[in-house]
Design a binder for this molecule. Structure first.
Ligand code: F0G
Length: 360
């Protein structure tokens, strides 16, 4: 594969690519599928893997769908793109927009902590126009849907089918790596585009016999932002996991279909469970993700109590975004008190004598 080959080049036969579709790539996709060293064995899994989507060019899975959406936007002659976002979609849209000369406008919820600082920094650095909506993500999404119809703006949220097409390639990669579908796929659910996309990908690979089986789709929402679990929209969603602080997901139907057709489930995990999984991932696996991403692992750890056996199962948890995007969560939840030392070897030695090392 070439230096910048991304998902369009790798999977073009499965994507809506025509002779007129431009080659768009920042090297997205082909992300690591990493075998769990501790969590999986403790749970009795045959194999637990983490799909590290934080290794994409802008640090989240959004780059897969964005590459496809931008390629089609260019093919259709669009000049401007717009999206609503809890941060990652806007970072990705801003990056691909900058690279391919499309003016990018992002609408983000304006509340303190609604968008993690790293994600906002990205949108600004890539030169997007950032509009803060005094309301929720759901309000911002409603606005961009309406605005894109009235004005000449290409909507690049996952209601754009090209986003789903690009994102389904992550399912292809999992099957290509392990030789079949896993027994379970655990995934955070926010606006529900990603679970919809993965299910589409697994089904398409199964239909052409690239996979012999289909996974059970296990989606997890944050307890205070769990409209699909509750069965109705949530007016004011709350959770530490700002990426999935969404009360009325656009792909609600797609998520329910993925759940029901796969004999899967969509359940809620509490913020405490999310933070616990976030720290376990970092401290026992070396995987630093953002809180929303840890919802997949929090959910996995909950499966036995929901009556779903893990013994002997092959499981993939999708780790959707990089921990560096949201440094303030780690600061607050993983704070260790520094030890201070004079700049002298004997003082450092005294600290590090075996038996005294406790807090590092
Ligand atoms: N994990 C992360 C890190 C996300 O940023 C998102 C969604 C999800 C999971 C949930 O995926 O929406 O397809 O169900 N972020 C969107 C955004 C809403 O604007 O960046 P989903």
């Amino acid at each position: 594969m070439g230096m910048t080959s991304g998902i369009i080049e790798r999977y073009r036969e499965y994507l809506p690519v025509t002779s007129k579709t431009p080659f768009v790539s920042m090297g997205e996709g082909s992300t690591p599928l990493v075998l769990s060293q501790n969590i999986g064995p403790e749970l009795g899994c045959r194999a637990l893997y983490f799909k590290l989507e934080g290794c994409n060019p802008t640090g989240s899975f959004k780059d897969r769908g964005m590459a496809m959406a931008i390629a089609k936007a260019l093919e259709n002659g669009s000049k401007r793109i717009i999206c609503a976002s809890t941060g990652n979609t806007s970072a990705s849209a801003a990056a691909y927009g900058a690279r391919y000369g499309l003016r990018c406008i992002v609408l983000v919820p304006a509340g303190a902590g609604d968008v993690a600082v790293g994600k906002l920094a990205q949108a600004m650095a890539y030169g997007a126009r950032v509009i803060a909506v005094k309301g929720s993500f759901d309000a911002a999404l409603r606005l961009v849907r309406e605005a894109s119809e009235r004005l000449d703006l290409e909507l690049v949220n996952s209601v754009n089918p090209n986003r789903i097409e690009g994102q389904k390639t992550a399912a292809f990669e999992i099957v290509d790596d392990i030789g079949d579908s896993p027994d379970y796929l655990c995934i955070p659910v926010g606006n529900a585009g990603n679970i919809t996309a993965y299910w589409k990908g697994f089904r398409e690979y199964w239909q052409v016999a690239r996979a012999r089986s289909l996974p059970r789709m296990m989606g997890f929402q944050a307890e205070g932002a769990a409209p699909i679990v509750r069965g109705h929209p949530i007016e004011t969603p709350t959770t530490i996991a700002s990426a999935i602080r969404i009360g009325n997901p656009a792909s609600w139907k797609g998520a329910v279909a993925a759940r029901d057709e796969s004999n899967g489930l969509i359940e809620a995990v509490s913020d405490d469970e999310i933070v616990n999984a976030y720290l376990r991932l970092a401290r026992t696996e070396g995987v630093f993700c953002e809180p929303a991403s840890a919802a997949s692992v929090a959910g996995l750890m909950k499966l036995p109590s929901l009556g779903v056996p893990l013994t002997g199962k092959t499981v993939v948890c999708v780790i959707t975004g990089n921990g560096l995007k949201d440094p303030s969560t780690a600061e607050r939840r993983a704070r260790v008190d520094f030890e201070f030392v004079e700049p002298a070897l004997d003082k450092v030695e005294a600290l590090l004598v075996e038996g005294q090392v406790s807090r590092i």
